[in-house]
Every structure is written in C-alpha cells, then in structure tokens.
Ligand binder design. Structure first.
Ligand code: SAH
Length: 370
C-alpha cells in the first residue's frame, strides 16, 4: 500500500516513489502539509532571512543554440549587446550600496580568450572596488556564464568569484538531447559541474519545469540528482516558450497554471529532500504570476535575485516571453523587492554573502559567511 503524504513527510530519506508522490499530491490539505514541512525545514536549516543577489545580465552574445532560449545564436531578431567594464562596475557598486551582499554576473555563452579575460578582469575589479566596512571582502560574486574548461573555471575562482550556477536543465538524457543541438551534451554539462567543484566553487544547478515531454518522474530524478550530486544551490523555474525559438510550436508538458504550481511544489520538495541548500525564487516564476517570487519564498526558497542590469539593455536579454521588471530602474527594483519580502513576514539578510549552509555543513569550507 502506498504511504500517505503525512507518512512520507515523517521520513528523513526519500526514494523516487516518495518524491513522485510529493510532487503529484493534489489534495489541498496535502499541498499545505508539504508547504508547512518545507517552511519548517527552511527555518530550522537556513533561518528566515532572504539573501539578495543583484542580477547583472552583462551580455547576450551566445555561441549556443539551445532550442528553448530566446537569445540562442540563430535568433537574428536579437539586438546583441555587451556591457563595458565600467558599466558592469557601476552596476556592482549600485548592488553594494543597495545592501545586496552578492552579485550574479550572467551572460550568453562564449569561450574565447577575450571573453574569459573580460570576466576575469571584471570579477577582480568588482572584488577590489566593493570592499567596505560592511563588506570587508567585497561583494560575493556568483558567475553564470555556462560551460567552460576546468582551467577557465580555475581562473574565474582565482579572480575572486566563489559561486557558480550551471543548470543541468533536465537530468533525462533523452529530454536533454531533444532540447539541445547535438553539439551540446548532458555528459559535458555533468563534467562541467565536476570541474566547478574541483575549482573550489559552491555549485548551483537546476532545471526547467514543464518542458515538452517532461514527466513528474523526470522531475523526481532531478531532485535525486541534486541530492546525490551534493549540490549547494538550486535555481529552477517554469519553462516559458519564446516565439522566436524552434520549441515555441511544441506544447509544454504542463499548462501555465499547472507549470507554476508544479514549480512551487518543486521548491518545497527540494527543500524537504535537500534541506540545507540555498534555493532561489527565480524571475521566471514572476513572469507567470505577479507575486510568483513571494510564493516561491513561501514554498521554501531563501534567495532572490533583484534586477540590477542597466534598464537600457534589459529588454534585449529575453530568454522567454513575459520577463518582468523591464522598465524599472535598479533602485525601483530594490525597494520593490524589499516590500515584497516584508509582505510575507520575512526580511532581507543584513549584509554577508549568504553562502550555502550545505557547503559549510559538509566541511567543504571553514566559513565564508561574514
Ligand atoms: N548561458 C548561461 C546563462 C544564461 S541562461 C548558462 O548557460 O548558464 C540561464 C537559464 O535560463 C538557463 O539555464 C535556462 O534554464 C533558463 N532559460 C532559458 N530559456 C528559457 C525559457 N524559454 N524558459 C524558462 N527558462 C529558460
């Protein structure tokens, strides 16, 4: 006989059947139990504070052709941009002044030496220029610039970045192959995650939820991978079609409402299974629902990434349709985020990098939180 949701929630280790049951539970009282359990674990393991990472999308040039992504190299409608080092530095200074402890530098993918040297140089400059009494070691820098060689990851780490986000997108080899061109493989993606760990990074990964053909079993495998792969940070969001991509004409696995609800449930179940990791409430949630990011925090997330990309170029970094906050200034995003976090009875963490407890708890580092 299958265990009830209440029985599953009593466990401390979960198998695939448990996770599928948690992801598919439909009764509202079961949904509430799952959410409550996720909340309790969050408070116990990470505390109530929400950590902010200012998000700077510094370039949309990309050598990849991911079949779902609006800035893929074969989309001729995209106006390509690349911020200068000064523009990047002023965005970073804004983040430091706004009280964000960390910054995420994200871009389309390039692997040429000028790009690598630019990132290296920009990271070093940001670390140097943002040292203050409040941030004695400068802003925490998270990179999200895709697949690179281990050598490159080591250079980025030596420059001062200490966290890296690289989504696996899906752990199903067949689904990964269906949404990427043959030149991009799940094996390379997995190898990159290993290289990042060896380079010393706190490693974040994640998946899209509701990809065409994706099943709840696939998502359960994804969560088991986060656990067995010793992942420190998780960033997930609903898949949202972009009409200038090859996948736009294929029906997503879940209709909008269901994808949104499932994305929230994924956050809760990841919190229950992976416990002490950092989990981001991503912008894609807000693209589907105006209060999507607050609901993500209530479902068990503890990280939020306010927009800090200069407003002039934000609309050119459209991975999917309906991206929110296109016209606000970075300052407006700061006060909006603060109000949103307060509205759900949580507060922004005072200073610090807000590192993954998982990374510390497992002895990978003595202490990086300041
Ligand atoms: N090039 C970098 C970062 C940019 S893309 C990298 O590969 O890491 C960041 C994330 O946006 C991707 O990992 C993907 O999960 C997500 N994304 C891209 N297109 C999307 C879409 N149509 N819907 C939802 N998320 C999308």
């Amino acid at each position: 006989m299958n265990n009830s949701i209440a029985e599953i929630l009593q466990k401390s280790a979960f198998d695939k059947t448990d996770i599928v049951a948690l992801l598919s539970a439909k009764a509202p009282e079961d949904g509430n139990k799952i959410k409550r359990r996720a909340h309790d674990i969050l408070i116990d393991q990470c505390g109530p504070a929400v950590h902010c990472r200012g998000l700077v999308e510094f370039s949309n040039h990309c050598v990849n052709d991911c079949r779902y992504c609006g800035i893929r190299k074969s989309n001729p409608a995209v106006h390509r941009y690349f911020l200068s080092k000064d523009e990047l530095l002023s965005a970073a200074l804004f983040c430091a002044e706004a009280g964000y402890g960390s910054i995420v530098l994200q871009s389309g993918e390039r692997r040429d030496e000028p790009f690598i040297a630019f990132v290296e140089d920009a990271v070093a400059a940001i670390k140097r220029e943002t040292v203050s009494a409040r941030l004695p070691r400068g802003l925490g820098v998270t990179l999200c610039v895709g697949e690179q060689t281990e050598e490159t990851y080591k250079r980025f780490f030596a420059a001062g970045a200490h966290r890296y986000l690289l989504r696996i997108e899906t752990t199903s080899p067949a689904l990964f192959a269906a949404i990427h061109p043959a030149s991009q493989t799940i094996t390379t993606r997995m190898e990159c995650l290993g290289s990042l760990k060896r380079a010393g990074f706190q490693v974040g990964t994640g998946v899209m939820i509701g990809l065409p053909g994706q099943t709840v079993e696939d998502l359960a495998d994804d969560i088991l991978f986060f656990r067995s792969g010793d992942i420190d940070m998780i960033g997930m969001g609903p898949y949202i079609p972009h009409n200038q991509t090859p996948m736009a004409s294929i029906e997503p696995a879940f209709v909008k409402n269901k994808a949104f609800e499932l994305a929230l449930r994924m956050i809760s179940v990841c919190r229950i299974v992976c416990r002490d990791v950092n989990i981001a409430s991503t912008t894609a949630l807000q693209a589907l629902e105006p209060d999507g990011r607050e609901l993500g925090l209530e479902a068990g997330a503890n990280i939020i990434m306010p927009q800090a990309t200069p407003a002039g170029v934000r609309r050119h970094y459209l991975l999917y349709e309906g991206k929110p906050c296109l016209d606000e200034s970075a300052g407006q995003c700061r006060s909006c985020i603060e109000q949103r976090i307060k509205s759900i009875g949580r507060e922004i963490a005072a200073d610090g990098w807000g590192d993954s407890r998982h990374f510390r708890n497992w002895g990978k580092i003595a202490s990086t939180t300041i």
